[in-house]
Design a protein around this ligand. Structure first.
Ligand code: F6R
Length: 594
């Protein structure tokens, strides 16, 4: 989704545009189609257009703009096509106010109609353009920039993180938010705002997290925050422990492959959360039911949680897609624990569900981004320790979520044996990564495919779903994940000569039945790519392609390890097709609209 940044430098003689450009480029991963900057040095200067950052920069030389403060934006179109006019910053009629916005103004049509009736003319098709026009209207009525922004948000409905500058009241940036992420950075050389921390890691480590309706004023002397009733307030300052290098490629071709390679470390670091998780469990007291709520990859991690909690701790567990929560979660009680799984902590569907769950039940967030909205709104928080994930496709955050869920379930069930097994997972992951060449050559044999099926049973059923999602989101090949036993209830009709079927088949209780499902598809002409134990000779005999995993990886911990070769397969198939796995079309890292 869109990303915003802003910066005001303490030094009047330094130009802010190179810094704005650097910061906004770090938000490329959020998914975007246009980029724009506005700076001020006596007048507001704007450069913006649709296209990739590099293309637009070649045309417009974005870092070359005068002025020591400004704002910038990457746009992910919602209202109006990607175009120069629809790119942000959006301006008022007199080019005295520039605004960047992440979110959606739901009542923009009505506001626009009212402003047109008052004589305003609009240039773009965006919902955002109403914001500078409203600020203009209130400044014309005599309000200063801060209070014009305050009056404006009284009218806006929807989600927004906004930053505004004005030539009528220079040397400050005014920002505010509701339901879209925004952080404020206190740096040595200036003050910053951004949708996400990787944008400003290089410049500021001390961070303030604004809440809904607060107005933040950044000027050369510092940052002032006013609450929704216009009272000045002191905000807690947190320090980010992520380093700028963590958000760089560090020699890898793509963030995705770097992040796949960081998974053993991500699991190891997340395992350090054991004491925190135990404290939460001690405090929770009486939980008779668990309900996981999540989207996408995080939903797949949640499904594994159901298998674990029900079989280990005997706790009835539901898993609900966050976007379906309001239609389906009708029986939450005081002793229900609702667990929100999210790498970004900003997913709009999950946040809406969290607000509802907080009214009746206990809530726990398992989140990777410190200070994100879910961490601030959930009653309990487990912080996964994956570090910043820049690739749009979730990889290391997924195994970190799984790790936290495994620890939570094992501690709920007081299962020391499983906790000991978890300690071995990082080494098992590293073993898979050492055999990357097998996956590379396997991927070359399947570039032709238009459809893939992924089958898994029991603990690795969610692994099959996640493997298929990874394939489709970055390679644009149709991939369907199924519970292996479900295929004959319909989808088997689609199995045809040569269709690749990925079988995830660890040793254990489910093995025999999955082997029968393998036979079913093989006898209908499917081409089998199996992921199983290195001593599984039966599997080797029956499959065209086999990737071998250490036979000591037990069925219960297999989701943490077997997903890694599936991620690699998607990555190398995508590279073979010449697509950029870090920035899949139409997708965004942080989905801040419902
Ligand atoms: C896929 C992916 C998405 C996210 C989903 C939820 O690789 O990353 O499916 O898992 O958008 O996002 P979070 O986890 O941030 O709530």
């Amino acid at each position: 989704m869109c990303g915003i940044v802003g910066c005001i430098l303490k030094d009047n003689d330094e130009d802010v545009a190179p810094i704005l450009f650097d910061c906004i480029s770090k938000l490329e991963y959020r998914g975007y189609d246009s980029i724009g900057l506005a700076t001020y040095d006596g007048n507001i200067h704007v450069k913006k257009d649709k296209g990739k950052i590099d293309e637009v920069n070649q045309k417009l030389d974005l870092p070359n703009m005068p002025g020591d403060f400004g704002i910038a934006h990457v746009r992910w179109a919602t209202h109006g096509d990607p175009s120069k006019l629809n790119s942000h910053p959006q301006l008022d009629e007199e080019n005295t106010i520039a605004v960047v916005h992440n979110g959606i103004i739901e009542n923009n049509t009505k506001i626009k109609a009212d402003l047109i009736a008052e004589g305003h003319t609009f240039k773009s098709d965006t919902d955002t353009e109403v914001i500078p026009h409203l600020i203009q209207k209130f400044m014309d009525e005599g309000f200063d920039l801060e209070h014009a922004v305050r009056k404006t948000i009284e009218i806006l409905e929807g989600a927004y993180a906004i930053a505004a500058i004005s030539s009528r009241e220079p040397d400050k940036i005014v920002a505010t938010r509701k339901d879209s992420p925004l952080i404020i950075g206190l740096g040595e050389d200036g003050y910053y705002l951004a949708s996400d921390s990787p944008a400003i890691l290089k410049y500021a480590k001390d961070i303030i997290y604004p809440e809904k309706g607060e107005i933040i004023i950044l000027d050369k002397s510092g940052v002032v925050v006013h609450d929704e009733f216009d009272n000045p307030i002191n905000k807690e300052v947190d320090t980010i422990n992520w380093t700028p290098e963590m958000a760089e490629k560090e020699g890898y071709d793509h963030f995705m492959i770097k992040e796949i390679n960081e998974q053993a470390t991500a699991v190891r670091n997340t395992l350090t959360q054991r004491d925190n998780i135990q404290k939460i469990i001690d405090d929770l007291d009486d939980v008779s039911r668990v309900c996981f709520v999540a989207c996408g990859t995080s939903y797949h991690a949640s499904l594994t949680g159901k298998y674990l909690l029900e079989s280990l701790a005997g706790i009835p567990t539901d898993v609900i897609l966050a976007s379906e929560f309001k239609y389906s979660a009708k029986t939450l009680k005081e002793d229900t624990l609702v667990i929100f799984i999210s790498q970004s902590g900003e997913t709009a569907d999950s946040l809406k569900a969290l607000d509802v769950a907080n009214q009746t039940s206990k809530t726990l967030g398992i989140v990777n981004v410190a200070g994100s909205s879910i961490t601030r709104r959930a009653q309990y928080v487990i912080q996964t320790q994956a570090g910043p994930e820049i690739g749009v496709a979730a990889t290391k955050t997924y195994v970190s979520q799984l790790t936290a869920i495994y620890m939570f379930s094992a501690l709920m069930a007081e299962n020391e044996e499983l906790l000991d097994e978890l300690d071995k997972v990082p080494d098992f992951i590293d073993e898979v990564l050492m055999d990357v060449e097998s996956i590379k050559s396997m991927s070359k044999r399947y570039n032709y495919a238009k459809d893939f099926f992924y089958l898994g049973r029991g603990y690795v059923y969610p692994t099959a779903l996640e493997g298929a999602l990874k394939l489709k989101e970055i390679s644009y090949i149709h991939g369907e994940g199924y519970a292996a036993g479900e295929l004959k209830h319909g989808p088997l009709a689609l199995i045809d000569e040569g269709i690749p079927v990925v079988i995830v088949i660890p040793p254990g209780e489910s093995h025999k039945k999955t082997m029968s499902n393998l036979e079913e598809v093989k006898s209908r002409g499917a081409h089998i790519l199996a992921f199983g134990a290195d001593n599984d000779y039966e599997l080797k005999n029956k499959s065209e392609d086999v990737f071998c995993i250490n036979s000591e990886v037990s069925e219960i911990i297999s989701p943490l390890v077997y997903i890694v070769p599936l991620q690699l397969l998607s990555y190398y198939v995508t590279i073979g097709k010449g697509f950029d796995p870090d920035k899949p079309r139409n997708l965004a890292k942080c989905v801040t609209v419902e």
